[in-house]
Design a protein around this ligand. Structure first.
Ligand code: NDP
Ligand code: MG
Length: 388
């Protein structure tokens, strides 16, 4: 049975996930209509997307961005601004792809779920920071939270046949795979001299700069442990990280009887994006198969938690709960931004997150106002430790 044409809002259309989503949509124009987009600073690219896809509405960051974009787009589009603009566009389409970077994606996550839409979530930071609040809005009638992040998308697929009982009692552990990033096997001494060029050279994935740095520190995997607990309602003690350098097995679910289910594919984000758009149907792919006619090696090894302390910090934030994950993610955003601006060394990034976490005061996070206060406090402490 063919799918009826679904409307799609793609927020963060100019980024790495955004561009790959557009590629899927170009091949699937009979099934999906792109109605709304947003972008940050790349306004010419945003205007070109608006024109190519005939989108109706565009969200930008400020009034100044709106004026510039207005001059760049050839057609008449409605341009909305700021967090309210993002929320408005997130409440109207059938599927909302949140491909914005960092905490700035929060209004999208809350608005899409609150309006009972399908949220195809790449923006892990909003879910990690706001987990106690998201748990409530995702109960809205019709709301569906589907992860684009490849590991969580793999787990979503492996859990498809499990009874959806709270906490998944049949599941012993979720096994999150990690490529290990560009510094796998490096000693602590070698890591002291790691450069920005080294950190941005990911061995298997081509992604935006922030997540590429997060992969090099293993903070990305730490954030993904927190993301998994929020998505699947499984405690962090039941989420294990396994290094798998080939990035073919995207994650696994181990059941109580010892059976392990895995999802395999070439490392290409268009697959999880297409999965989230098409669910419950699969979209025919154009991104290549795994080749089982030649020999292929799949290796697994434990992570080096001493050389990469970010993982331990994330497990500690999970244990603390409340606003601790929001602090971890906010401090990491500040530190990675400073690293990308050449203000600090690679080895300072996780050190800044660790010293920020020392100032965390337990907060159960019961309101959006409290989340913003915690986010601001964490950023203040992180900036203060940048100056030390
Ligand atoms: P990019 O940096 O490539 O793209 C980010 C997008 O968000 C761009 O469209 C950017 O606009 C926009 N943006 C950035 N800051 C703001 C802001 N303050 N307000 C509004 N829009 C903003 O990131 P990625 O595509 O790599 O990552 C996006 C999200 O997906 C992240 O949360 C990441 O962790 C997650 N993810 C990414 C994967 C990947 O393969 N890239 C894999 C799994 C998860 P502009 O460029 O115009 O300034
Ligand atoms: Mg991932």
């Amino acid at each position: 049975m063919p799918l009826s044409r679904r409307s799609v809002a793609l927020l963060g259309a100019t980024g790495s996930i955004g561009v790959q989503t557009l590629d899927v949509l170009r091949h699937e124009s009979e099934r999906f209509e792109l109605v709304s987009i947003s972008g940050g600073e790349q306004l010419s690219e945003l205007a070109a997307i608006a024109d190519e896809f005939n989108v109706k509405r565009v969200a930008v960051k400020s009034d100044a961005h709106r004026s510039t974009l207005g001059e760049l787009v050839a057609r008449d589009v409605s341009i909305v601004v700021g967090d309210e603009g993002l929320s408005e566009l997130s409440s109207t389409a059938d599927v909302v792809v949140n491909a914005v970077l960092g905490f700035a994606g929060l209004p999208i996550t809350l608005a899409a779920l609150g309006a009972g839409k399908r949220l195809a979530l790449a923006n892990k930071e909003s879910l990690i920071a706001a987990a106690p609040l998201v748990t409530t809005v995702r109960d809205t009638r019709g709301a569906q939270l589907v992860p684009i992040d490849s590991e969580h998308c793999a787990i979503h697929q492996c859990l498809a046949s499990s009874p959806a009982e709270p906490g998944y009692p049949d599941v012993r552990r979720l096994l999150l795979t990690a490529s290990g990033g560009p510094f796998r096997g490096w000693s602590r001494e070698q890591l002291r001299d790691a450069t920005k060029a080294d950190a941005l050279r990911h061995p298997t994935w081509s992604m935006g700069a922030k997540i590429t740095v997060d992969s090099s520190t293993l903070m990305n995997k730490g954030l993904e442990v927190l993301e998994a607990t929020a998505l699947f309602g499984i405690d962090a003690e039941r989420v294990k990280v396994v290094v798998h350098p080939q990035s073919i097995v995207h994650s696994m679910v181990e059941y109580v009887d010892g059976s392990v289910l895995a999802q395999l594919s070439r490392p290409d984000m268009r697959l999880p994006i297409a999965y989230c758009l098409g669910l419950p149907q699969r979209l025919t792919h154009h991104w290549g198969d795994l080749d089982f006619t030649t020999s292929m090696e799949l290796r697994f090894e434990p992570p080096d938690e001493e050389a990469f302390p970010a993982l331990g910090l994330a497990y500690e934030a999970a244990r603390l709960g409340g606003a601790a994950p929001a602090w971890l993610s906010a401090a990491n955003e500040v530190a990675v931004e400073a690293f990308l601006a050449d203000e600090i060394r690679w080895c300072d990034v996780v050190a800044i997150v660790a010293s920020t976490m020392e100032h965390y005061v337990a907060d159960p996070l019961t309101s959006l106002a409290a989340l913003h206060e915690n986010d601001e406090a964490a950023r203040r402490w992180a900036r203060a430790s940048l100056e030390k």
